[in-house]
Structure formats: C-alpha cells, structure tokens
Design a protein around this ligand. Sequence first.
Ligand code: 5GP
Ligand code: ZN
Length: 137
Amino acid sequence: MKDDNCIFCRIANGEIPSATLYEDDDFRVILDLNPASKGHALILPKEHAANLYELPADLAEKAMGVAKKVGTVLSAGLGCDGLNVLQNNGEQAGQTVFHFHMHLIPRYKGDEKTLHMTWDPGTLTPEDRDEITSLFK
Ligand code: 5GP
Ligand code: ZN
C-alpha cells in the first residue's frame, strides 16, 4: 500500500518526477537530490514500509538484487573506485525519510576528506558475544 503523505511513496509511484535510473514492478531507483558523491542513488520500493523491519521479506530480498544490478552499472559507467550500500533505520541511525530506502554511494579516491563513513573499532566482550548469540538460539 502506498501512503499519500509520504514523499518517497509519491516519487516511487511516479506522482512526483525524479531522475530515474531503473524501474520495475516493485522498485524505482532515483538520483539523490543532495548527493554524497557523483552517482548517489536511492532504491525505493513502490510499497510503503517505514524501515527494514516493516519491509516484506520478499521485497527485502529483491532490493539487494536491484542494488547489484544498478550498482554494477553505476560503478562501471562512472569509473568509481568503490561503492557503499547503506540503509538507515531510525533517527539515531541517520534515517530522515521514513520510507525504506537503500543508498548506493559511489566512492572516489580522496573523497574520505569530505565523505565520512568510519567508526572507532571497539572490542567484542565475552558478555556481549554471549548475550547477542543467545538471541538466535
Ligand atoms: P536517509 O537519511 O533517510 O537515509 O536518506 C534520505 C535521503 O533522501 C537523503 O540522502 C536526501 O538527500 C534524500 N532526499 C530527501 N528528499 C528527497 C527528494 O525529494 N528527492 C530525492 N531525489 N532525494 C531526496
Ligand atoms: Zn512511503
């Protein structure tokens, strides 16, 4: 179902024009209006889901197929040096539009001066390891 109050629903379903790179029955892939780098694209499902947790499993699987297809063409065509596939869930994770989307962000040598996607690595403690692995038992 699409949500008429959701900007990405309206873009994905063609009600608002966008620079579209790819479209099929389930997805539209568009260029980001405020790109992190040249070629920054967004994979939008046509059906509304606020985030990964709400997205139906079949669409979650298909989204990665679209990322592979579009990411491969972008990478070859732009001659970038790398590609980040990024997907934010929740404000703390940086999500600003609450319609599931995946970012494809081409990376170019030297861009780390202005494009930051790093963290200070921690150390996995035995307590955390046991707590987290027990969630899946
Ligand atoms: P988020 O921070 O939620 O993971 O990513 C939202 C992204 O959507 C941002 O990179 C932002 O630049 C992009 N964006 C927000 N509104 C629009 C829009 O109306 N059109 C397009 N093409 N991109 C948008
Ligand atoms: Zn939506």
